[in-house]
Structures are given as structure tokens and as C-alpha cells.
Ligand binder design. Structure first.
Ligand code: BGC
Length: 235
């Protein structure tokens, strides 16, 4: 289980609606390999996604255990929702199936939760949102996660959810200007709802944020969705 230099190597996996990414982290969570990525297979059914992860993993050298960020509700390694993947994920034991496939222990968390674990300071009320194919959310109090917060599918405005207004489909349909205007309204709404001390904005589209942000709101690089994977092994 332990590498020659004594470091446990974790394969961190980020399953997204458009891409699947992997990297290997050392015990302290520092990257040991170049990140690699493939397009999410279509249709994104469990077997196809597991094969894609296994093939990415084979190019990453040795690893001892696996952390996965999954774009849906996850409980005890089982994926309970997968709005942007495929209904076959509902009730699927991803931790078990991937562990059998790779012959390594696997832990799975919600992708926004994992992103948040890599981003937060550990003090106060910290909210994380991710802007990608979907709209992810994670909430922490003094570093402790409230798992599986699903803001994305809640009503935001004009009878639509945060994800319908701010997911990638809306960004592509309405363009960056309108999307940024909507984001500004969403941040005001979330500030009033959570009264957070800090808000972190991650995900593949966070680089398109073009509005002025208050000092307690930070953009986090998308690689955080992989780096946060180390935290799944911290208890
Ligand atoms: C899912 C969340 C996920 C988010 C970002 C949403 O559609 O319901 O669980 O975190 O997309 O991938």
C-alpha cells in the first residue's frame, strides 16, 4: 500500500458532465502527475464512465487509493442522483464497482463537496458554488461539511432553478453577458440566504465570471475539484 518513499498516492478523479479528469496526489495532497482528461463518454452510463476512469488511471503510474468527485448526491459510495449523466446511476454503488475494477479502495463524494474541501479556510460559514455543466453547491461550518447541499435544483428566478439559469446550457444559449448578470443576482440571493463569511466559486466556467466580487468572494481554480479529493481520506 505504501510507495518506496513512504508516501501514499491517491488517484483523484473528477467526473463531470463534459469531461473526466484525474491526477495523482501525495499524502499531503500535492500533485505528483500531470492532470489528464477525456471527454465524458456518451451516453454517460456507469460502465462507460468506469472504463474511461480506468483508462485514464493506467496513464498515471502507481496509486494506492482513489477519491472521486461525482456530479450528484452520493451516500455511502452509492450515487443517488445524476441529473447531468444518466438515470442508470440512480442507486449505483460507484465506490464498490470502481474499487473492484481498479483493485484499490475507493471513496466517493459529491463533486462540489470535494471542490469545497480543497478550497475552504475552515473558519466560519463557507459556501461553495461550482459553475460547469451543472450548478454545484457545498456548505461548511468551521470546516465541517453539510453533505449534498443541492441548491442547483432549487427555484432561483422566473420559475427556473439556479442550474437552469446558470448551467452551461444557459451560458451557451444566452451568452456571457446575460449569464454574468444572472450570476450577480444569484450571489445577492445566496448572500441573503446563507449570510456566509466566505463564498468560493469553482467549476470549469468560473473563469468566465466578469462581475466585480466583494472581498469575501473568491474564484477557485478548477483543479481544486481534484486537489480536494485528498480530504475524503482525512478521517
Ligand atoms: C447536481 C449536483 C452537482 C452539480 C455540479 C447538479 O446538477 O445535482 O449534485 O454537484 O450538478 O456537477
Amino acid at each position: 500500500m505504501i510507495e518506496e518513499n513512504g508516501t501514499i498516492r491517491t488517484l483523484a478523479v473528477d467526473i463531470g458532465g463534459s469531461g473526466i479528469k484525474v491526477i495523482v496526489l501525495d499524502a499531503a495532497g500535492n500533485p505528483q502527475t500531470e492532470r489528464s482528461r477525456v471527454e465524458t463518454p456518451q451516453p454517460p452510463k456507469p460502465d462507460a464512465v468506469i472504463d474511461a476512469i480506468a483508462s485514464l488511471a493506467s496513464g498515471q503510474g502507481k496509486f494506492d487509493r482513489v477519491s472521486v468527485g461525482f456530479p450528484g448526491v452520493v451516500r455511502g459510495g452509492i450515487t443517488e442522483t445524476a441529473v447531468n449523466l444518466d438515470p442508470d446511476w440512480i442507486g449505483f454503488n460507484l465506490a464498490k464497482a470502481l474499487s473492484e475494477h481498479l483493485d484499490k479502495p475507493v471513496r466517493v463524494g459529491n463533486d462540489a463537496d470535494v471542490q469545497g474541501l480543497g478550497a475552504i479556510s475552515g473558519r466560519g460559514v463557507e459556501l461553495v458554488i461550482t459553475l460547469g455543466t451543472g450548478f454545484g453547491s457545498a456548505l461548511f461550518l468551521d470546516g465541517k461539511l453539510v453533505p449534498n447541499l443541492e441548491l442547483g435544483h432549487h427555484r432561483f428566478r422566473k420559475g427556473e432553478t439556479y442550474e437552469e439559469q446558470l448551467g452551461r446550457a444557459a451560458l451557451e444559449k444566452f451568452g456571457e453577458k446575460k449569464w454574468n448578470n444572472r450570476l450577480e443576482k444569484a450571489l445577492a440571493s445566496l448572500q441573503h440566504l446563507f449570510n456566509y463569511d466566505y463564498l468560493y466559486i469553482g467549476g470549469g466556467e468560473a473563469k468566465k465570471v466578469a462581475i466585480g466580487l466583494p472581498p469575501n468572494v473568491k474564484i477557485v481554480p478548477n483543479i481544486t475539484g481534484l486537489l480536494g479529493g485528498i480530504a475524503l481520506w482525512k478521517e
